[in-house]
Ligand binder design. Structure first.
Ligand SMILES: [Zn+2]
Length: 229
């Protein structure tokens, strides 16, 4: 690791720390607040599924804290223990957010499909891309370095698409909870919003980090042409 790389990474790192702090404070606050209907994450999923046409979604438990996710490959919603079994405002918000992803999957929401489609390109491009930039710089092959940058840029594209996917899942979550009446009052509505907004910051930080990383490799690749002169 070198000093220039650190300079590029610091803003993203600070933003990530800020996002983590926001998530932690929102979750620790609202996971202590019981929701009006006394529903755990499991109960919330049971209540919401038939009312929003997601009967096909299977709900399981997964280890860890805030490890909740939806897997479109097998239509499975995995809830972390704190979410699955605690009747809190946070559990309700997080479960609804993951069901938001299930709904995106069901309705073939464009950005989600695009994100899944570019996963192979991203896993290839992130590793090979950096390698090509480095080789390009060492051998003063500007074109090779530039192709490396283009391949690596797929990671920033991925983060860029992730943002609307996540914001949309949270929007769907809030609509679901409102329309089905699971959110009983303003206080709960506020709690749900705080939990989901905090989570969104994580993806903003992820996007900033991958853009800064891309800028760093663009600057490195620039040296491949610089050396030749
Ligand atoms: Zn999500």
């Amino acid at each position: 690791m070198n000093f220039e790389y650190l300079l590029y990474m610091i803003p993203g790192l600070l933003l990530s720390l800020f996002a983590q702090a926001k998530v932690k404070s929102a979750y620790s606050k609202w996971s202590q607040v019981r929701n009006y209907h006394n529903l755990t994450g499991m109960d919330t999923a049971e209540q919401l599924k038939p009312r929003v046409g997601l009967e096909n979604v299977k709900v399981t438990r997964t280890k860890g804290t805030l490890t909740d996710h939806y897997d479109p490959r097998n239509d499975t919603l995995a809830l972390s223990q704190g979410v699955a079994d605690q009747p809190s405002v946070a559990a309700m918000a997080i479960t609804a957010h993951e069901l938001g992803h299930a709904m995106q999957d069901k309705t073939s929401y464009g950005p989600m499909r695009l994100r899944s489609a570019i996963v192979p390109l991203v896993s290839f491009g992130s590793n090979i891309g950096i390698f090509m930039v480095m080789i390009g710089v060492v051998l003063s092959m500007a074109n090779l370095a530039m192709i490396g940058v283009i391949l690596f840029s797929s990671t920033a594209v991925f983060s860029l698409i992730t943002l609307p996917v996540e914001l949309d899942a949270s929007k769907r979550a809030r609509q679901m909870l409102d329309q089905t009446g699971l959110v009983a009052n303003e206080e709960e509505r506020k709690g749900v919003k705080q939990v989901l907004d905090a989570a969104a910051w994580t993806y903003v930080a992820g996007l900033a980090t991958s853009i800064l990383q891309l800028l760093y490799y663009i600057s490195v690749a620039g040296r491949a042409s610089g050396r030749r002169r």
